[in-house]
Design a protein around this ligand. Sequence first.
Ligand SMILES: [Zn+2]
Length: 327
Amino acid sequence: MASKAKAFLKRRARRTRATAGLRGLVRETSLTRGDLIVPLFVKEGREERRAIASMPGQFQFSVKRLAVEAKEIASRGLPAVLLFGIPASKDARGSGAWDRDGIIPQAVKAVKDSAPGLVVITDVCLCEYTDHGHCGIVKKGHGAWRIENDATLPLLARTASAHAAAGADIVAPSGMMDGAVGAIRAALPHAPILSYAAKYASSFYGPFRDAAESPPQFGDRSTYQMDPANSDEAMREIAQDLEEGADAIMLKPALAYLDIVRRARERFAVPLAAYNVSGEYSMLHAAGERGWIDARKAMLEVLTGIRRAGADLIVTYHAREVCDLIA
Ligand SMILES: [Zn+2]
């Protein structure tokens, strides 16, 4: 009994929690503006700014308005944006995606003009541009449909090339097609590739599909996005993308997959990003609006948790609102 009491006196964990100063000094995980990437939606057309109903505080911007937003984002010390384009018209092949005068090339140029120091990352996928909403070419046969992997690859390479030609700093293939990184790397030997290496078929993308106007018109994405039950497979996906020439990797979503973030961190010494997705954002806001949680505190806790799990970078819709709370 006596020896137990002694050990207890030697290790009082509360000693370093006594003041804010002490807590700050022994804090293990940092969260700064420099860790955050701001996802932005840009839509063709004249409407300057349109609120996204399922994502409070988020908007679709015109190219012109996007340039203003980008300048403001850069002035807050946020280092990077991730652009998603919504074209005026869609077709079966998603030809708007690789149009050199398309919405993303226009947006990249506008952001580069207004905020030259801001790193511009572009989402490389077809789903915002296809009338069926899938991330690849769709073939129907024998009464069933399938997403054609290999026929999609040259279209992704063309899309990434159009973005790079417009001045994108990083291209980010997100469609989970096998060989996408290799196809883009062959077309673009010098462009940094941030690969969505392990992207799960998740229900947490719901609000995003509203925002990007890209819900699949039939079926779902489970033949190309990952099964939420798998972890070893995520390690294989990451290893393959790095072998094909990816410079950095992204895991998506974040919160239900923090074990994957941790595993990837321990195994791969490359820049690692996690995407704090739309559903994660909107759930927090919805609960906050009802007074069920303190949304500002929860936001800090969530983002710190993603960093603690091992992410270097976080793509998050909270980026602008969290600026007031962090350095
Ligand atoms: Zn897609």
